[in-house]
Design a protein around this ligand. Structure first.
Ligand SMILES: NC(=O)c1ccc[n+]([C@@H]2O[C@H](COP(=O)([O-])OP(=O)(O)OC[C@H]3O[C@@H](n4cnc5c(N)ncnc54)[C@H](OP(=O)(O)O)[C@@H]3O)[C@@H](O)[C@H]2O)c1
Length: 255
């Protein structure tokens, strides 16, 4: 088990799915976790579960599309704990559609959360990391940020952007003691996928197809993604930066 003892972490979109699993896994590994989400109810519940299990957590409301909110949350974190060690940019939204089924507004909505959100939160914490010459940033991209996925024009566009931001930042800041990586999951059983399935005419058939496009024949579990985040957050991955950590049940291995 990798240890995050004495580390301060923050996870965006931690009220649900992968973000909640990452927050809970980090707390079990000994980190103090700032659980953030735009949804106060679900985010508060994640923080509550952590505290019930004797972990250390605090909920802060954070809409990643709101720059001012990001700056305020960063200040609250510095006031409370003095620094940020591990930032997990997890909040993200999806959309099903080919080019002609995707409006400009759909693309803007996804861009605002998936790309600009990562940008806003990272900007709020980076100056402190630079000052301390230490920091670890983990972005949730997607296998749709590594290969094309049918019916996901807007989503893949934004997730390829997250991978690009990750790699550029890794190069810029390796010399400053800051590591930047992204995780690229295949389909993972969360409310996010449940919402996408509802966008298909036959959700059950779509579920079967989504499961079988992965070589292992099933979707991933949030805990399986959280395990990768734990490795990247730990000091054992000190030599890892700028990587796209693919966890996709073989989705992208070939036909
Ligand atoms: N599940 C998958 O198959 C899969 C695969 C590859 C990559 N990913 C990526 O993994 C990340 C987490 O996905 P998930 O499946 O765990 O999704 P999820 O269950 O929908 O959870 C995402 C969380 O982010 C929150 N959120 C959305 N917009 C936000 C905003 N503007 N500011 C702050 N929080 C916001 C959501 O709140 P609301 O409930 O209010 O929207 C929700 O609590 C996303 O970046 C996603 O693209 C997921």
């Amino acid at each position: 088990m990798f240890s995050l003892q004495n580390k301060i972490a923050l996870v965006t979109g931690a009220g649900s799915g992968i973000g909640a699993a990452i927050a809970e896994t980090f707390a079990r590994a000994g980190a103090f976790v700032f659980v953030t989400d735009r949804d106060e109810k679900s985010g508060g519940e994640t923080a509550g579960r952590i505290k019930t299990q004797k972990g250390q957590a605090e909920f802060l409301a954070l809409d990643v599309t709101n720059e001012e909110n990001c700056q305020r949350v960063a200040q609250a974190v510095f006031d409370s704990q003095g620094r940020m060690d591990v930032l997990v940019n997890n909040a993200g939204i999806g959309h099903v559609g080919t080019m002609l089924q995707t409006s400009g507004a759909d693309l803007d909505r996804l861009y605002a959360v998936n790309v600009r959100g990562v940008f806003n939160v990272t900007k709020a914490f980076l100056p402190d990391m630079l000052k301390r010459k230490s920091g670890n940033i983990i972005n949730l991209a997607s296998i749709g940020g590594v290969v094309g996925v049918r019916d996901r024009v807007a989503y893949c566009t934004t997730k390829f952007a997250v991978a690009g931001l990750t790699k550029s930042m890794a190069l810029d800041h390796a010399q400053h003691g800051i590591r930047v990586n992204c995780i690229c999951p295949g389909r993972v059983e969360t409310p996010f996928v449940a919402a996408r399935l509802k966008e298909y005419p036959d959700p059950e058939q779509a579920r079967r197809e989504m499961s079988t496009t992965q070589a292992v024949g099933r979707m991933g579990r949030p805990e399986e993604i959280a395990a990768a985040a734990l490795y990247l957050a730990s000091d054992e991955s000190a030599f890892v930066t700028g990587t796209e950590f693919i966890i996709d049940g073989g989705f992208s291995a070939g036909k």
